[in-house]
Design a protein around this ligand. Structure first.
Ligand code: AMP
Length: 230
């Protein structure tokens, strides 16, 4: 948690947390809570890609077809945008990283990026949720276009249908939250991302958390997992 910056005699407190788990496990929701708690930015690879798609950049145009099919965006498209984001000044004191890395190769690329900044991860929080619950959560998920707050049409509906209760922004369903794409995304997670858990467990960084129940109950477990690890 304490890093020496560029070999200088200055020491800074930092908190670098990685959230790992299948689509729909609540990474985005927990990341927003952790971001406030530790006053560090939430960096979501999915959000960065969706912003690129919306802006119609070269990356966005290339990435969209992979995202629409629930497949992984290739590293040669993705790594630069992640490296650039983590290199920005607001990440100096840490970040809550969500959605990246998703493969062992990406995990190695992340380590290399952090080493360049004389930094390392402090905690890898894994959120466990049964597969059937993930499908139910994802297919009912709605997100605010303006502030990113997430709702569920049955379990956590907004006060007014289609409208964010916080900022009154309009709610939308992500293109990849449709049932056929959800199954593809869960299969990709099992095949490519689940092996990361053993990788980070070996490094002593894994905090294995039951992701079932309310947002606040999960958050309490996440904080306990982080505190217990010291
Ligand atoms: P997410 O919002 O994290 O569920 O990501 C949405 C989609 O963006 C994924 O289904 C992938 O197509 C793409 N994506 C996000 N992060 C990555 C990543 N680390 N590697 C490859 N593709 C990614």
């Amino acid at each position: 948690m304490v890093d020496c910056v560029d070999g200088a005699d200055e020491w800074v407190d930092a908190m670098r947390i990685l959230l790992v788990g299948p689509p729909g496990c609540g990474k985005g929701t927990q990341a927003r809570l952790l971001q406030k708690q530790f006053a560090v930015p939430h960096v979501s690879s999915g959000d960065l890609l969706r912003a690129a798609v919306q802006q119609g950049t070269h990356l966005g145009v290339q990435a969209k077809r992979f995202m629409d099919e629930g497949k992984l965006v290739p590293d040669d498209l993705l790594l630069d945008v992640i490296g650039e984001r983590l290199g920005q000044g607001d990440c100096d004191k840490g970040f809550i990283l969500d959605g990246f890395p998703r493969t062992l190769a990406q995990a190695k690329a992340l380590t290399a990026m952090l080493v360049r900044h004389a930094a390392a991860l402090d905690h890898v929080v894994s959120l466990r949720v049964p597969r059937q619950d993930l499908v139910t959560r994802l297919s009912g998920r709605r997100t605010c276009r303006q502030c990113g707050t997430m709702y569920h049409v049955v379990f956590d509906p907004p006060a007014t249908e289609g409208q964010c209760s916080r900022c009154h922004g309009s709610l939308y369903q992500r293109d990849d939250d449709r049932e056929e794409t959800i199954v593809a995304r869960l299969d990709v997670y099992d095949a490519h991302t689940a092996p990361l858990l053993a990788h980070y467990r070996e490094q002593g960084l894994l905090r294995d958390i039951d992701g079932g129940g309310s947002r606040d109950a999960v958050y309490a477990r996440v904080l306990r997992g982080i505190e217990d690890a010291g």
